[in-house]
Ligand binder design. Structure first.
Ligand SMILES: *Cc1c(COP(=O)(O)O)cnc(C)c1O
Length: 337
């Protein structure tokens, strides 16, 4: 058995969204992983169940991770670490958004507010250093070790083989919900799972878990930053690492990475994407965020229009969270409201 901490408030709801689905021309279901917890909620906490169990087993005293300025992963890690009585240090990329320029420390809004609240140490990571983020984490870990600490590095997004097991487990949870009759009937499965993809761990876990638990034959991650080629390599590597940890993960669903919904930049939406985010909120009460879930929904609308997701399909939209990021972006949204 691979050790796991119970951090997720689960099972998270599997909700039918008939009105929004009718508007889009599909049978739409939403897995509410924005409800995996309180302030720590979102997809990252599923990965952290495995990663922080490993950190505890290795007697870590401080958790180290990295992310964008308004990283949901950094916030979830900081809160979970505080809950476990561990110190937490975050290397956050400088100047992601126009309204959050360098220098550090960044404005205490959204995710950063929560990180500061739980006492995480925030250190700047220059934009030009982002490609060397793993090296920077290792350097910081060495310095902490020299100070007598036992650091544990959680990779960007919690996305490695171990973290991805959190999404294999999420697919087992959906399978149980389907078996209980809480989802579509005859057959009790979806045609495709769609979700936002930023570091690849969620996609890797879903591709393996959806096959293992027969939840859907196809997964369509919407890239929010890099292109499909980049993510194909990243996701395959993480899948391989997960398979090395769990031999039962010997099959994979069809992986179709869609990079047409990236928008102008990471964390920035175009006008059409903003319009989708606002319309979905107003017509269905489903609150999405501008960095991840809003782009995935806008991407789904585009994929239905292009015929890549067929009309009438049974779609499972994974809501991965991101509310604090939305709350930090009032200025960017003001015009669309
Ligand atoms: C991190 C994140 C994602 C992307 O998940 P990855 O596993 O990093 O690809 C999607 N949505 C939200 C809200 C996130 O915070």
């Amino acid at each position: 058995m691979i050790p796991r901490l119970a951090l997720v408030h689960g099972p998270t709801p599997l909700e039918a969204m008939p009105r929004l689905g009718r508007e889009l021309g599909i049978e739409l279901w939403v897995k509410r992983d924005d409800a995996t917890g309180g302030a720590e909620a979102g997809n990252k906490i599923r990965k952290l169940e495995y990663l922080l169990a490993d950190a505890k087993a290795k007697r870590a005293t401080v958790i180290l991770t990295c992310g964008g300025t308004q990283s949901n992963h950094a916030r979830a890690t900081a809160i979970a670490a505080a809950r476990l009585g561990l110190r937490c240090e975050l290397l956050l990329r400088e100047g992601d958004l126009a309204d959050m320029p360098s220098p550090f420390p960044p404005q205490a809004t959204g995710n950063v507010l929560l990180e500061r609240l739980v006492g995480a140490i925030i250190r700047p990571l220059a934009r030009s250093d982002w490609s060397r983020r793993n090296q920077r984490l290792e350097e910081r870990a060495r310095a902490l070790t020299a100070d007598g600490e036992t650091p544990y590095i959680v990779p960007e997004g919690g996305s490695n083989g171990l973290g991805a097991l959190g999404y294999v487990r999420a697919m087992a949870e959906v399978r149980e919900q389907l078996n209980y009759g809480l989802g579509p009937q005859r057959p009790k499965r979806f045609d495709v799972i769609v979700h936002a993809c930023g570091s690849g761990g969620t996609a890797a876990g879903i591709v393996l878990g959806a096959a293992r638990h027969e939840v859907a034959p196809q997964v369509r991650p919407f890239a929010v930053c890099d292109d499909a080629r980049y993510f194909q390599a990243v996701i395959e590597r993480i899948m391989g690492d997960a398979q090395a940890l769990d031999e039962s993960l010997d099959r994979a669903a069809d992986l179709v990475i869609d990079d047409r919904a990236r928008g102008p930049a990471y964390g920035v939406m175009d006008r059409l994407q903003l319009a989708v985010l606002v319309r979905v909120a107003r017509t269905s009460g489903l609150v999405l965020d501008p960095t991840y879930t809003g782009k995935a929904m806008a991407g789904l609308v585009g994929a239905i229009t292009s015929g890549d997701v067929a009309l009438g399909s049974r779609v499972l939209f994974l809501h991965t969270g991101g509310l604090p990021g939305l709350l930090a972006q009032g200025a960017a949204l003001a015009e669309a409201l």
